[in-house]
Write a new protein. Structure first.
Length: 94
């Protein structure tokens, strides 16, 4: 289940219907959770059905890894991965 949490979120930034009964200058904790799994969400395992909520067995994990590798995606060196992460991090510092 997807979950987003905002700590110390200003009440003044909430929509009017959610702000009702709260002090306008206070803060709140906002938790947003998806109610159900959506078909459009990424299914990394590939073999799991949308309805399945059971953990994968060891054999299913090995098979999912085999299928992933068979797709022929290029591997990334540690240096390239670090460079990509630093570039993304630097975007937030601007």
């Amino acid at each position: 289940m997807n979950k987003i949490v905002f700590e110390h979120y200003p009440v003044a930034n909430l929509p009017d219907d959610l702000r009702e009964g709260l002090s306008r200058d206070g803060t709140v904790r906002v938790v947003i959770e998806a109610e159900a799994f959506d078909d459009r969400q990424l299914n990394l395992a590939g073999s799991l059905s949308v309805e399945s909520s059971k953990p994968m067995t060891a054999l299913e994990v090995v098979e999912a890894i085999r299928r992933f590798k068979a797709e022929g995606r290029p591997s990334v060196s540690s240096e390239e991965a670090v460079a990509r992460i630093r570039e993304l991090r630097d975007e937030w510092e601007d």
